[in-house]
Design a protein around this ligand. Structure first.
Ligand SMILES: Cc1cc2nc3c(=O)[nH]c(=O)nc-3n(C[C@H](O)[C@H](O)[C@H](O)COP(=O)(O)OP(=O)(O)OC[C@H]3O[C@@H](n4cnc5c(N)ncnc54)[C@H](O)[C@@H]3O)c2cc1C
Length: 550
C-alpha cells in the first residue's frame, strides 16, 4: 500500500492549491479528485479575484484578498485580466452607499495597480457604455481583476505534478479509517479502471468544498457548512463593453461581466439543502437576475441565454444571520480534539483565497509532520507565467490571427510556444476547431498530451472548447475526432463521447431554454442527428466501467 505524507481530497481551486504547496515543500503528496480538475464549484464561479470590497465589514479579509491579488499578478500574470467596471446609479441613495465603497477601494488601489474610484457624469458613463440606462444620475468607475478558474486549477495541479505530487482524477474517496499506527487509510474507487485502491497518509486534507461534510463523515468527524447556491446566466454575446455592477430587486449587488465572447450575469445567493450534485438554476433565479439588471441595461433581453450554471458556496456555518452577513473568510478545522488526529477540513473561503488557504493548511500539515519548511507559492510562478508574451510577433511568425494567439496566451502564457511548435511539423493543426473562442487544433492536441483530460468535457475545461455562443454546435464533432485520434478511441467510443458531452451541456442549456434559443437548439439537435447520426435507433448509452461495476 502506498504511503504518503499527505493526501488531499478534492481537485477544485482549494485542493489543487494545497497539492501545489505541499509538493513545493517537498512533502510526499497525493491529490484525489472524483471527477476532473475544476469540475465542481470552482467551475461555476465568476473568476473575480476582487479585493473583497463586497465584504467591507471584514477589513482583514479585504486586506488579505488585496494581497492575494498582488501575488496572483506575480505568479499567474498570463491568466489574469483587468476589467473596467461601471456601477450606474439611478437614485440618490445609491450615491451615498457608493461613497463608502470608493473610500475603502481607493485606499488599496495603488498596491493593486488600479486607479482610485472615479465618479462619472451620465454623459461620460454613456460614452464608456452606451447600453446603460440613460436616466442614470452618475456612475462609479473602478477596475477589478479576474482569473480563469479552470486554468488556475489545472496549472496548480500541473505544477504540483511536476514537483513530484501524484495527481489522480476520477478517483472517488469512499472510505477512511484510522490505523493502529496513527495513520489514515484512504480507500478510493478509480472510476477509470473500476478498481478500488488503498493508500495511507499521516495527514489528510479535506478540500471537498460543498462535499466536505460528507468527506469528514467518512471518519465519523463532524463538520458543518452553510451551503449557499448561486446561479449565473450566460448570454450569447458581449452585451456590454465593460463590467456592470448594480443593485438587484432585493438590494443585493449583482453583476454583468463581458466574458470572452459571451457575457456573464450573476449571481443569486440562496441557502440550500439540495444535493450539491444535482443543482440547476431555477426559473425564479433566472428572472431575478434578468429583472434586476434590466433597470441598468434595458436591452438585456435582446440577447439569447445560451446556458446557466449553478454552484454551491461551502460557507462557514454561521446561522441566524442573512447569508450576506456570513463571513467570506475560511476556517481550517483540525479534528484532533474530536479524537481524529490527522484530518484537517476546510469550510468557507473563495477562489481568490485559495493560495492563502493552502498556505495555512500546509503550515499545519508541516507542523503535524514535524517539519519546518517555508511557503513559496506566492513567489514562484505557475507554469507558463514566468514572463509575458509577444503576441504580435508570434502571430506574424506563425501566420495566425492575433486574436487566436491572444486567446492562446490568455490560457497558456509562455507555454503557447510549445503549442505553436507542433504546427511546424503539422501546419494543418493551425486550423480553427472552435470558432467561437477561437481554439486551434494544435492546442487541443497539446492539451490532450500534456494535461490529462479523459473526456471531451475535460477538454472543454482545458481549452474552453464549446463554451462560446454556439455552445459546441460546430466544434464538438471535430474535437471528438481529435480526441479519438490521440487516445485511440473506437468509432463507437467516439460517438458516445459526443453524446456524453452534449448531455452534459444540456444540463445547463435546459433551464433557460426559451424564445430564439429554442430555434438554436433545434439546429444543434438537427446537426447532431444528421451529421453524427446520434438519433439512429441502435445508438445507446454505453455504461462507463464504474457504472457497470455498481
Ligand atoms: C455562483 C458562485 C460564484 C462565485 N464567484 C466567485 C468569484 O467571483 N470569486 C471568488 O473568489 N469566489 C467565487 N465563488 C466561490 C468559489 O467558487 C468557491 O469558494 C471555490 O471555488 C470553492 O473551491 P473548492 O475547491 O473549495 O470547491 P470545489 O470546486 O467544489 O472542489 C471540491 C472538489 O471535491 C471533489 N470531491 C467531492 N467529494 C469527493 C470524494 N469523495 N473524493 C474525491 N473528490 C471529491 C469534487 O468533485 C470537487 O471537484 C463563487 C461561488 C459560486 C457558487
Amino acid at each position: 500500500m502506498n504511503e504518503y505524507d499527505v493526501i488531499i481530497i478534492g481537485g477544485g481551486s482549494t485542493g489543487t492549491a494545497v497539492a501545489r504547496d505541499c509538493a513545493m515543500r517537498g512533502l510526499k503528496t497525493l491529490m484525489l479528485e472524483r471527477d476532473d480538475i475544476a469540475s465542481a464549484t470552482v467551475g461555476t464561479c465568476a473568476g473575480m479575484i476582487s479585493s473583497g470590497l463586497k465584504y467591507m465589514e471584514e477589513p482583514d479579509i479585504v486586506d488579505m484578498c488585496s494581497q492575494e491579488v498582488v501575488y496572483f499578478k506575480r505568479i499567474a500574470q498570463n491568466i489574469i485580466m483587468k476589467n473596467p467596471i461601471l456601477t450606474p446609479m439611478l437614485e440618490m441613495s445609491d450615491l451615498s452607499s457608493g461613497g463608502n465603497f470608493a473610500e475603502e477601494y481607493s485606499k488599496r488601489a495603488a498596491s493593486r495597480d488600479v486607479p482610485p474610484v472615479l465618479f462619472l457624469t451620465p454623459e461620460d458613463s454613456l460614452k464608456i457604455e452606451p447600453k446603460i440606462n440613460p436616466e442614470l444620475i452618475a456612475s462609479m468607475y473602478f477596475e477589478e481583476y479576474f482569473i480563469d478558474p479552470f486554468r488556475l486549477c489545472i496549472l496548480q495541479a500541473l505544477d504540483a505534478r511536476r514537483r513530484g505530487a501524484d495527481i489522480r482524477t476520477y478517483c472517488e474517496v469512499t472510505e477512511m479509517k484510522k490505523t493502529s499506527g496513527n495513520m489514515i487509510e484512504v480507500a478510493f474507487f478509480n472510476r477509470l479502471t473500476a478498481q478500488k485502491e488503498l493508500v495511507t497518509a499521516k495527514v489528510v486534507v479535506n478540500a471537498g468544498g460543498p462535499w466536505a461534510d460528507k468527506i469528514a463523515g467518512l471518519l465519523n468527524a463532524r463538520l458543518e457548512i452553510r451551503l449557499n447556491k448561486g446561479a449565473h446566466v450566460i448570454l450569447d454575446r458581449r452585451v456590454v463593453n465593460v463590467g456592470i455592477i448594480a443593485k438587484a430587486v432585493d438590494g443585493r449587488m449583482i453583476y454583468l461581466f463581458p466574458h470572452e465572447n459571451t457575457a456573464l450575469l450573476g449571481t443569486t445567493a440562496l441557502d440550500s439543502w439540495e444535493d450539491p450534485d444535482t443543482l440547476v438554476a431555477s426559473y425564479d433565479e433566472i428572472e431575478y437576475l434578468l429583472k434586476s439588471i434590466e433597470w441598468v441595461v434595458p436591452s438585456i433581453r435582446q440577447a439569447r441565454i445560451i446556458r446557466t450554471m449553478e454552484g454551491a458556496r461551502p460557507l462557514v456555518a454561521q446561522w441566524k444571520i442573512p447569508e450576506g452577513k456570513v463571513t467570506r473568510g475560511y476556517q481550517v478545522v483540525d479534528h484532533a480534539p474530536d479524537g481524529i488526529d490527522g484530518l484537517l477540513s476546510f469550510t468557507g473561503g473563495k477562489l481568490v483565497m485559495c493560495r492563502h488557504m493552502a498556505e495555512s493548511v500546509t503550515d499545519m500539515v508541516c507542523k503535524k509532520l514535524g517539519k519546518d519548511i517555508k511557503c513559496t507559492t506566492h513567489i514562484e510562478p505557475l507554469p507558463g507565467n514566468e514572463a509575458s508574451v509577444d503576441v504580435l510577433a508570434l502571430a506574424a511568425q506563425y501566420n495566425i490571427s492575433r486574436h487566436a494567439v491572444e486567446r492562446l496566451r490568455a490560457r497558456r502564457g509562455t507555454e503557447l510556444g510549445k503549442v505553436l511548435e507542433l504546427t511546424r511539423e503539422h501546419p494543418e493543426w493551425l486550423s480553427t476547431i472552435c470558432a467561437c473562442e477561437p481554439v486551434i487544433e494544435a492546442e487541443i492536441r497539446y492539451a490532450i498530451r500534456e494535461e490529462f483530460p479523459q473526456t471531451l468535457n475535460d477538454l472543454r475545461r482545458r481549452v474552453r472548447l464549446g463554451t462560446g455562443p454556439c455552445q459546441g454546435t460546430l466544434c464538438t464533432f471535430k474535437a471528438a475526432g481529435i480526441l479519438a485520434d490521440e487516445l485511440g478511441l473506437s468509432g463507437e467510443q467516439f460517438q458516445l463521447e459526443i453524446l456524453d458531452y452534449l448531455s452534459e451541456r444540456w444540463k445547463g442549456k435546459r433551464p433557460p431554454m426559451r424564445g430564439e434559443q429554442l430555434s438554436q437548439e433545434e439546429v444543434v439537435q438537427g446537426i447532431y442527428a444528421c451529421v453524427a447520426n446520434l438519433d439512429r435507433s441502435d445508438a445507446h448509452y454505453e455504461p462507463k466501467p464504474w457504472e457497470e461495476a455498481s
